[in-house]
Every structure is written in C-alpha cells, then in structure tokens.
Design a protein around this ligand. Structure first.
Ligand SMILES: C[S@@+](CC[C@H](N)C(=O)[O-])C[C@H]1O[C@@H](n2cnc3c(N)ncnc32)[C@H](O)[C@@H]1O
Length: 239
C-alpha cells in the first residue's frame, strides 16, 4: 500500500474536497453510533472500539473524541499515519492504542503482539477492506464475527459494486470519475490515484457480500449510500 505511505497529501486533498463523500458518511456513522449507544442499558460498561485502517483520523477525530469509550485502538498498515491519528485524539478522555498491522491478521487474531485477543464492542473500518479479494473479505468477516461481543456492532464503510456490475465496468466508471471530476488534483496526482485504484481496488458486489456476511454470522443493513453508486456504509450485527 505504498500509495498511502507516499501520497497521503493526495488522499488528504481528496477527503478535504469531499470527493469520496466523507461528510455524508460521517453523519451516517454518527447516527448509527448514537442509535447503538441509546439502545444499550444504562449500566452497560463503556465499550471498546477498534478502527481497522484508521488512516490519520482527520475526518473522524472530532466524532470519536466525543464517544464514551473504554478504549480506542487504531490499526493501520501505514505506520506514518499513526502519529497523525494520535494527534487527532490527543486529550480524549479514553485510552488510545496504536498498532501498525494488517486488518485481516487482526481479525484472525494473528498479530504477533496480540496473543490472547479480547472481544471488542465496536469495530469500524472505512475504505480499507476493498483491497481484499472476496475470499479474504469472507475470512475478515468471520474473524470480526469471532472477535465481536454479542451486542456489538461492525460499521463497515467502503466502496461496493452495484449488483450485476463487473469489476472491469466498475473500475472503468471509477477511473473516469477520477479523470473527469477530481480536477482539484494535479494531472500527476490523478494518474497516481488511477494507478492505485486500477491495481488494488476490488470492491465487493452488493448481494454477493451480503450473502458472505450472512455466511459469516452477520445481519447486514445498509445505513448510508453515496451519490456515485460506489461509496456506502453497512451496519452489521451478530445474527
Ligand atoms: C483510503 S484510506 C482510509 C483512511 C480512513 N479510514 C478514512 O476513511 O479516511 C485506507 C487506509 O487503510 C489502510 N490499509 C489498507 N489496507 C490495509 C490492511 N490490509 N490493513 C490495515 N490497514 C490497511 C491504508 O494504509 C490507509 O491508511
């Protein structure tokens, strides 16, 4: 994932100009979390949250700061983003933990420094899991299912393909969107984004991923839909 190590400022520009609709996503995430907290009994212990592919938290920092958490763990493959994320949560009242590692290895309890993984209440991941092939997405869903507490929540924001759209058609559409619409980036930056998307993005097809999630023991609900038939958020609860 060299793109994120070397091109973080490009990704920041994309997010700052809301080209992937993080603002709508953040509002939906905030609503889903509020509903979950409201439904908990008053004496439930403060929940733990793990954020898989947390990035720099420039978008989510303020939302996370306000949550009554027992702890927050930010995990990312790109080590360089972790200090940026830590800065966004400086002053939060809950403890924060930062880990450089792979989100599939985390789900499978295979991180070297995580020998006896504790179950968690909340798992969040935005725009990171679509790099996994479908078989690995299933393994990730199964792993997260094993690691979630019975009343927990998996909040999965990502790019997804509409039912029936091939990966080739999706990529062509997305690359065109970047080429024609993301004009706030320089030509070179757009080409780098297109290269990254073309090489690494494997968004799951709706329907297919819902079936895989059911197979992994999750109940699936779409909670937000961006305007490009790509970005979306699903809220998963143990079935
Ligand atoms: C598009 S950014 C998203 C960052 C942030 N979640 C957001 O929504 O703005 C993807 C992030 O996921 C990380 N990532 C990608 N694949 C990963 C993996 N297999 N394990 C952990 N982190 C991963 C990248 O390093 C990058 O920081």
């Amino acid at each position: 994932m060299d793109f994120f190590a070397q091109q973080w400022t490009t990704y920041r520009t994309v997010v700052d100009h809301d080209l992937m609709e993080h603002q709508g996503l953040r509002a939906a995430l905030s609503q889903a979390l509020a509903a979950w907290f409201e439904a908990r009994s008053a004496d439930a212990p403060a929940p733990t949250l793990v954020d898989l592919g947390c990035g720099d938290l420039a978008q989510l920092g303020p939302l996370l700061q306000g949550l009554p958490l027992a702890s927050y763990t930010g995990l990312d493959l790109t080590e360089a983003v972790l200090p940026l994320a830590a800065a966004q949560l400086e002053g939060a009242v809950f403890p924060r933990h930062w880990r450089c590692g792979d989100l599939l290895a985390w789900a499978q309890g295979e991180l070297a420094d995580d020998p006896n993984p504790e179950p968690v209440d909340l798992i969040h991941s935005s725009f990171a899991v679509h790099h996994l092939a479908d078989a690995d997405k299933l393994a990730w869903l199964e792993g997260c299912r094993r690691r979630i507490r019975p009343n927990g929540l998996l909040l999965w924001a990502d790019v997804f393909r509409p039912a029936g759209e091939t990966l080739e058609a999706y990529l062509q559409r997305y690359l065109q969107r970047v080429g024609q619409g993301w004009l706030v980036l320089s030509d070179a930056q757009r080409q780098l984004v297109q290269g990254h998307v073309g090489q690494f993005d494997i968004p799951a097809e709706r329907g297919v991923i819902e079936d895989l999630a059911a197979q992994a023991g999750w109940h699936w609900q779409w909670a937000w839909q961006g305007s490009h038939n790509a970005e979306a958020m699903a809220v998963l609860t143990p079935a």
